[in-house]
Design a protein around this ligand. Sequence first.
Ligand SMILES: [Zn+2]
Length: 561
Amino acid sequence: MKLLLIILSVLMLSLLPAQPNVTSADIVFKNGNVYTANDRAPKAQAIAVRADRIVYVGTNAGAQKYVGPNTRVVDFHGNTVLPGFADAHQHLSGVGFREMTLNLEGTTSLEDLLSKLKARVDQTKPGEWVTGRDWIETHWQPPVFPTRWDLDKVSPNNPVILGRADGHGAVANSAAFKLAGIDKSTPNPFGGEISKDKQSSEPNGMLLDAAQGLVKRKVPPTTREDAERAVVLGVKRDIELGWTQIQDAGGSYEDIDIFKKLYASGAIKLRIYKAVYGPGPNATRLLSEGPIVGEFQNRLTVRTIKVVSDGALGSRGAALLAPYSDAPDTSGFLTVKAEELRPMLIDALRKGIQVETHAIGDKANRFILDEYETALKAVPASERKVADPRWRVEHAQIVNPTDIPRFAKLGIIPSMQPSHAIGDLFFAPSRLGLDRLQGAYAWESFIKSGVVVPGGSDAPVERGEPMIEFYAAVARKDQKGFSTTGWHPEEAVTRAQALKMFTMWPAYAAFEEKLRGSIEVGKLADLTILSADIMTIPELEILKTRCVMTVINGEVVFEGT
Ligand SMILES: [Zn+2]
C-alpha cells in the first residue's frame, strides 16, 4: 500500500507540467544595448525582472535561466536600454494644462500669436475668458513683448491672458485689465511689476511675476475635473516620451489628493516626487504631518518644500547682483522675504523636510546659499531628523563663480535644466553681458566642484522632452547646432555625465539612489528604451531619437509602434 502510494505520487508528479524554475522571472528583456549607469558594470545585454525588481543584469545566455513557462520574453533587437529617465524639475499639471488651453508654443511672430488668438476668440462666447500660454518672443522679429493694444485688435470684448513660456510674465488685454481694475495708478504688488508704456505711463499689458495674480484672480477657477484631466494628460505625454519619474517642482495638497485618487484607480503609473510651495499653508501642513514616502508601490513621495526666490531672466525678473546689461535701471527682484523663510528652514531641518529653492539670478543664488548656510549652522546634524538634508537650488542658472564651490561645501544640490541654456542662448548675452556668462548654466564647473547635477526640463516652461534635454546637456547648442560667442562650450557635459543627470543624480536628489537610478540587481525595474544609441550617435541625431518602450515597476507602461 505504502509502495503503491509512492509510485502513484511519483507518477502524478511526472504528469504535472514542468514546475516554474524557482528563479524564473516575470519578464526577461534580451538583446538590448544596455547602459546601466552603474560604474562597476556599465554595459549589459539582458535584464530579468520579478515583480517590481531587477533580479538579473548580464548576458543573454545568463538571462536564460530566468525564463520559465510564464515568463514574458521581450527581444529588444539591439535597441538602447537605459535606466528609467527622471525629470528632476517638471510641473506636471502645467504640462497637462498646456495640452488643454490655447497652446502658443512655437509661435513665430506677433502676427502668428494674434492669428492663433483670433481663431480661439472666434470659437468663444462673448465675454468669456480666453487663456493661453507658452509664447516666447525671443525669436521674433523684433523680439518685443506683445501689448494689450495688440491683443485688443483681435479680442476687443473677451478678456484674455496669455502666459509667457517661462511662467514669470503674462500679457493681458484691456478687457482683462478692466475686470481686474488695473489702471495707471495701480501700485506694483510685492514681487511683481505692472509694465508701463514709456511715453504714456499707461499699463501696456505685460504683468511680471506676482503682478500676474491681479488678473489671474479674475479668471474663473479650473474645476477639479479639469485638474484631474490635466494630470492624466501630462502623465500620458511623459511616459510616451520615456520619463519614468518626474519631480514635481511645487504645488499643493490638492494636487496630492488628485495623485492619490488617480494612483488608487490605476489611472496613472508614473512616479511622482512632489514638492509643495512654502512658506505658507501647504509647507506648514507638510511640516506638521510629516513626509509621505514611497506610497503606491514607491510611486508617490512628498517630502519637499519648494521656495521661489526670484523671477526669470527673460522677463528681467531674475535677481542680479548688478543691473541688467540691457536695462541698467533694473536688477530684478527677490520674491521671498528672509524673515518668512528663516523659521521655516529651521523647522524643516529639525523635521527632516527637504527644501528646494528656485534661484535664477546670481543675487538670488547668493541669497539662498546664505539662508541655507545660516539654517544649517543653527541646526547641527545631531539635531536634524535627516543628517544630510540634500537641500536643492532649482535652476542655479547664473551663479557668481565664487559661489559655485559653496554648493559642495554646504552639501547643496544644483538642480539644472539643460534646455534653458539653449533657449536662453539668444537673449542671455544681452541681458547679462559676456563677463557674467562665466558661471551661467555652469554644469561642468558644478560637477568638477564635487556635486551631482540632477537634470530636468522645467516643462511646460520648456518642451519637456528627454532627448532635447540630453542633447542640450552634451551639445550646448540650439536644435540646429548653433551656439554663440562667449557661450562657454567647456560647460557641456560628457554623455556619461548626461546619462547620470537624468538617472542616478535625480535619484540621489530624491534620496532614492539605493532604490532606482541605475540598472542593478535589487533596484526597481524602471527602464527607458530608445530607437538609437544616444551614447554614441552624432549629436544632432539625438534629437531624432524616439522612445520605443517605457517600463515602470517592471510593467511595460508604454510601447511605441
Ligand atoms: Zn519650474
